[in-house]
Design a protein around this ligand. Structure first.
Ligand SMILES: *[C@@H]1O[C@H](CO)[C@@H](O)[C@H](O)[C@H]1NC(C)=O
Ligand SMILES: *[C@@H]1O[C@H](CO)[C@@H](O)[C@H](O)[C@H]1NC(C)=O
Length: 952
């Protein structure tokens, strides 16, 4: 350690002492001035010779600075006219530094060599300076996601080489400028392929002049502005167009006929305007994937022939457009068709999907129409909504007569044949199961052509393309993780992106800035169908571990050393020693600051620094904010320990926040122990802990939010989710896998102690997740399998052997699981009207009879749909689990295998995830008891601590 620092110092010294600085004096002055204004510049920005000393983020050709790429390094300050000194600058990328604020310098003329200006996702404000039009070499101009105001400067029309113009997501007003004799305008930009102007306050008409047959535009994004007038017919001259978004404006008049000439358009959104006249004919758009014409005032029209003639159609959305008639059966056989939404129209007759329908079909939403007949064939995995149609008038209970919750598609890049690693605080396990601090942010796709966000192969494609780009660019990336695809209210597809560093746990500034650049300047090109995207980065705070202090102290030392240059090595060593000492104490301070438990327990013998793996520390303020100040409306459950609130984290993740009430709080140590236990658990069938808070007399646990409540609620009919037999089999298998994980794979292994239908939660896709570890016990190794303890659990599920002997083994969980299986077939609580379900089934069973003669006990909902053999095997397995002697019960690994077998017998593939739950809702209900309200979560009591973790 010492020696490395010595070397470092010597090298620095040699660099400083080199005779004659390399950097051009103008460039040098400009950079030094910027350095003095900015906070958080890279630590090696010291000395006067930026090119010679290799300042991070600066690239030089000979003595001239040609590129500055400082994306995502938490720079703060402004962009003053000092930048203008860099007359040879070609690339300036300061994207994703949210604390770079203030206006741009008004006279940019001197940056005449600039080809790329990227200021994505910063905090810049004020108008875009008209002098930008003098940057004649500009190819990429990205000013999106700032706070710019004022008009689009017409002088941008002078940028004849411009390929990419992105000013979206600002507060830009005025009209879209076009040339007029003496004044320039955007119509002059015939080489520009991208006009991204969405989410501003542009007004006036879309100027007809903007479009011509010379234009090279492929993406025209004007969504969510205040544009008026009609759609100019000249638009059809720009046949290069691929994505056209004019939605969410105030456009009127009729859609020009010739729009049909745009044969390259893949995505066309004209929704949410005041368009009138006949419905446009789109039959010429032969590659059209996605179209949304909703919420306009078109003339009432019969369903047009192009509904079934567009060969590439994936998504058709035409809510509230006054179309009428019967949907032709041929429409459903368009090979890539995924989504049809025709809400609030006059679709009538019989809905006939035929047998030759698209294998990709996911949703047909025809609510509020006049459909009077529909035959649901068995085997449909399509979500069909006919609520508000005559076919559902008689209070139909069919699943298609109900609405559903917005189906979301939980997705996260899977791990590569490895088990996620339990990482220490703030680190995250990568898809390759390495712990690291990822660079993260949101990728937003502005015109996706698909709406079935549940097709994971799309995200795999995206993953591969990202990795390919990072690889080609030689970026230090180990892997990336994509998760939580959601559709935003602007119809964008938003995904969380985490980029993991290769070979070390964190990125350095250069790595981050280069990755940021690949995303800000569109080096990365998304696969077909995703359309244009932008990226916004989260703050990255983990640069190179502990050397993140201000750069000044170390550079001062170097300057002192330089002053005495040539003096004895002894002095240097002494200096280095002092430096090392200060570094170390600073490192310790930094470590203390970032450790949420540092101030917890002054009792040093409480086990030292706690290991909180994978769980994030939240401040009380953060949780207060994400639950809307613990508002009533977010309250999803109450129990003895306190309340549970639904919350939304800044990047959109839904969470359940358990807040302990005063008086039910645990000691710091117990709380810490519990978090340690919970945070070590990672499995898709186990509810995972997202984080925690311990502050100001508050204890909170933050869990992933599981939207469909508990199995118990669904079995009792409270949630309106219909559990058919196939779904019950999947739930049983999922729960078995979760429990097997706890027993066999968790480290240390965990006995749950309270398996019951209350504690099995169901996510959006009806995957079972084992919840609530309030009573859980890690099995300490020496006595694995035998933990003597005070008996806890829930009557009806409790293993009688454990009850009598007080010897807890994992077989006690197996017993409870057997009871759960019986609950699944009967939909009865274990003890109902004094009858114990285990005894009832054992006594009622007659192996010689069909369905073991259990008809009377079965839940009527499944009784009809169930293959008898499947039921018999299921009951056999359940009864083995509830065997009186623990030793005779199968281990969970065997239960999992048996369940898989039952599924195969029933014609299901145990390894395919269930389809979206939404097809089976019978109605949504609100306000039911949420499973997080379970009492036991905060119930670790001191006497109940796992022996290994007990205070000495
Ligand atoms: C459906 O609506 C169309 C147009 O309003 C009408 O001509 C047709 O008779 C209707 N068909 C049925 C089966 O009601
Ligand atoms: C998912 O998307 C891919 C790529 O677009 C496509 O080839 C595949 O058929 C889709 N699968 C399903 C089940 O929709």
């Amino acid at each position: 350690m010492m020696w490395r620092i010595h070397l470092h110092l010597l090298v620095a010294l040699v660099q400083v002492l080199r005779i004659g600085a390399l950097t051009n004096p103008d460039d040098s002055a400009a950079l030094n001035a910027l350095r003095d204004q900015w906070n958080n510049v890279p630590p090696n920005w010291s000395g006067a010779d930026s090119c010679g000393d290799g300042w991070e983020g600066i690239t030089c050709t000979e003595d001239r600075v040609v590129s500055i790429t400082l994306a995502s390094i938490n720079l703060s300050g402004g962009l003053t006219s000092d930048i203008l000194g860099l007359s040879e600058l070609q690339i300036l990328d300061l994207s994703y530094n949210k604390e770079l604020t203030g206006p741009l310098p008004s006279s940019l003329e001197n940056l005449k060599n600039l080809t790329s200006l990227m200021l994505v996702g910063c905090g810049f404000s004020g108008p875009i300076p008209p002098s930008i039009g003098s940057l004649q070499k500009l190819v990429y101009l990205s000013l999106n996601s700032n706070n710019f105001i004022g008009d689009i400067p017409p002088t941008i029309g002078y940028l004849s080489r411009l390929l990419w113009l992105d000013i979206a997501d600002n507060m830009i007003t005025g009209t879209i400028p076009v040339s007029n004799g003496s004044t320039p305008g955007l119509d002059m930009l015939v080489h520009t392929k991208h006009f991204h102007f969405g989410n501003n306050k542009l007004s006036g008409e879309i100027p007809p002049q903007l479009f011509s047959s010379n234009s090279s535009l492929i993406h025209l994004l004007l969504e969510n502005n205040r544009l008026t007038g009609s759609i100019p017919s000249t638009l059809a001259l720009t046949t290069s167009l691929e994505v056209v978004r004019l939605d969410r404006n105030s456009l009127g008049g009729s859609v020009p006929d010739n729009l049909n000439n745009l044969a390259n358009v893949q995505t066309l959104f004209l929704s949410n305007n005041q368009l009138t006249g006949p419905l446009p004919d789109l039959s010429g758009m032969v590659v059209l994937n996605a179209v949304d014409l909703s919420n306009n005032s078109f003339d009432a029209t019969d369903i047009p022939p192009w509904f079934s003639s567009l060969p590439s159609l994936m998504t058709l959305i035409m809510d509230n457009t006054r179309i009428q008639g019967q949907i032709p059966i041929s429409m459903f056989s368009i090979p890539q068709l995924q989504t049809i939404s025709l809400k609030n129209n006059r679709v009538n007759g019989t809905l006939n999907i035929g047998s030759n329908y698209s294998s990709q079909l996911q949703l047909i939403d025809l609510r509020n129409n006049f459909v009077d007949a529909f035959t649901l064939r068995p085997g449909y995995s399509i979500q069909i909504i006919l609520l508000g149609n005559p076919v559902c008038d008689e209070g139909g209970t069919e699943t298609y007569c109900t609405t559903t919750r917005q189906p979301s598609a939980p997705y996260s890049t899977p791990t590569e044949n490895c088990l996620p690693y339990s990482c220490s605080w703030a680190q995250i396990s990568s898809p390759k199961c390495k712990c690291a601090y990822p660079y993260s942010g949101e990728m937003v796709f502005r015109g996706p052509s698909f709406y079935g966000f549940g097709n994971t192969s799309l995200y795999e494609l995206l993953y591969k393309k990202l990795m390919l780009t990072f690889g080609t660019e030689g970026l230090p990336v180990d892997s990336v993780s994509l998760s939580n695809p959601t559709k935003t209210i602007d119809d964008y597809l938003m995904l969380n992106l985490q980029v993991f560093p290769s070979n070390q746990e964190y990125f350095n500034r250069t790595g981050i800035s280069r990755i940021g650049f690949a995303l800000s300047n569109q080096t990365f090109k998304p696969p077909h169908g995703f359309g244009p995207f932008y990226f916004t980065a989260n703050k990255y705070e983990y640069f190179a571990g502990l050397t993140t202090g201000s750069h000044n102290s170390s550079s001062n030392i170097i300057i002192i050393a330089a002053a005495v240059g040539g003096s004895v090595l002894f002095f240097l060593l002494l200096l280095a020693g002092i430096y090392a000492f200060f570094q170390k104490s600073r490192a310790e301070k930094a470590a203390k600051k970032s450790d949420p438990f540092a101030s917890w327990d002054p009792n040093t013998d409480s086990g030292g620094v706690p290991q909180i793996k994978g769980a994030k520390y939240f401040s009380f303020e953060e949780l207060k904010k994400c639950t809307n100040n613990f508002s009533e409306t977010n309250d999803i459950g109450t129990g003895g320990y306190g309340k549970v609130y639904r919350g939304t984290l800044p990047h959109g993740q839904l969470v359940a926040v358990k807040r302990a009430r005063q008086g039910s709080m645990q000691g710091g140590l117990e709380f810490k122990t519990e978090i340690e236990l919970l945070s070590r658990v990672h499995h898709k069938n186990v509810v995972s802990l997202v984080g925690f808070c311990f502050e100001q007399g508050e204890q909170l646990l933050v869990y992933e939010y599981i939207s469909n409540g508990s199995l118990k609620e669904s079995l009792s009919g409270k949630t309106g989710i219909r559990l058919d037999w196939m779904r019950r089999l999947r739930i049983a298998l999922g729960a078995a896998r979760g429990l097997q994980y706890l027993h066999d794979l968790a480290n240390p292994p965990i006995i749950h102690r309270d398996i019951k239908s209350n504690n099995i939660l169901l996510d959006e896709r009806m995957n079972a997740k084992v919840a609530d570890f309030g009573l859980s016990k890690p099995m300490s190794d020496p006595e694995k399998g035998h933990v003597s303890t005070q008996v806890k659990g829930t009557m009806g599920y409790l293993d009688p052997e454990y009850y009598m002997t007080q010897q807890l083994t994992e077989k006690s969980d197996v017993y409870s699981f057997g009871v759960l299986l019986l609950e699944l077939v009967t939909a009865r609580t274990p003890i109902e009207k004094g009858k114990y379900i285990v005894r009832e089934v054992k006594q009622g069973k007659d192996k010689t009879k069909d369905m073991y003669n259990l008809h009377g006990l079965l839940d009527p909902i499944i009784a009809l749909s169930m293959p008898p053999r499947s039921l018999e095997m299921f009951v056999d397995l359940a009864l083995r689990c509830v065997h009186e002697a623990g030793d005779s019960r199968p281990p969970m690994s065997e239960v999992v295998k048996e369940m898989e077998h039952v599924m195969e017998i029933s014609g299901l593939n145990p390894n395919i995830e269930s389809t979206s739950s939404s097809t089976s809702y019978e109605g949504t209900s609100r306000g039911y008891d949420h499973p997080y309200s379970n009492e036991s979560l905060f119930s670790f009591s001191a006497g109940n601590l796992p022996s290994k973790l007990e205070p000495k």
